[in-house]
Design a binder for this molecule. Structure first.
Ligand code: MN
Length: 231
């Protein structure tokens, strides 16, 4: 008896304090900034947050390349605050939620928008639009003290030097504590779980050669380029 092929290696994200954070699961929040909800055609009433998931191996580190994926002509950026869970818990009260946060990073929820919108229109799952190879770039992970309760701070994305998305964490419809508390009513959160908390307005497409520079006040920037078509 033997292992038939190499199992997946762990996905590790470097941390600002010189360690590696092993990724377990990736959760993403949809429509968590009012202006983005409107640009996608929705009324941003404070409906409960909703979630989709991505595979851990979609992570790309800062400085890396995102190969242009197959099966799309409309590959979009979405700059987001990423929450990294450090302590397990189920049905976590909102006032205790931040105790479960290990830290924060800048992330990009790269999206095959054409496939996502087609699925949305047909009432189908978003998986092929969202859970895309190399679709989860993430910057250096900072211990939570870097952002405190993460209720404010400029968030911004430039592409080839031009500002494309610019907002503030204060505009999150559901702030971090609420997102963690709500998600923990659906799953027991575990150390290694990442939560991409949603994107502000201004989403748009990139093409091969584009340079993306994503920042959140207080965190290391995230830099990735769009590469040639995925092999
Ligand atoms: Mn997103």
């Amino acid at each position: 008896m033997s292992v038939l092929f190499d199992p997946l290696p762990p996905v590790l994200i470097p941390t600002a304090d010189g360690n590696d954070y092993p990724v377990r699961r990736i959760f993403c929040v949809g429509r968590n900034y009012a202006e983005h909800a409107r640009e996608m055609g929705f009324d941003p009433d404070r409906e409960p947050p909703f979630f989709f998931t991505k595979w851990p191996e979609t992570v790309i580190r800062s400085g890396g390349v995102v190969p242009y994926p197959q099966a799309t002509d409309n590959f979009h950026y979405e700059v987001e605050l990423v929450v990294a869970i450090g302590k397990s818990g189920r049905a976590i009260p909102v006032e205790q939620a931040l105790d479960h946060v290990w830290g924060y990073a800048v992330g990009l929820d790269m999206t095959r928008r054409d496939l996502q919108l087609e699925a949305r229109g047909k009432g189908r799952p978003w998986d092929t639009g969202k859970n895309v190879e190399a679709s989860s770039p993430i910057g250096l992970l900072h211990p939570a003290e870097a952002l405190g309760d993460a209720t404010k701070g400029a968030i911004r994305l430039t592409v080839n030097g031009a500002v494309r998305q610019e907002s503030d964490l204060a505009k999150l419809i559901w702030p971090v504590a609420d997102v963690v508390a709500f998600l923990s009513t659906l799953y027991r959160l575990e150390p290694g779980d990442l939560i991409y908390t949603g994107t502000p307005a201004g989403v748009g497409a990139v093409v091969e050669g584009d340079v993306m520079h994503a920042t959140i006040e207080g965190l290391a920037p995230l830099d990735v380029i769009v590469g040639a078509s995925a092999e």
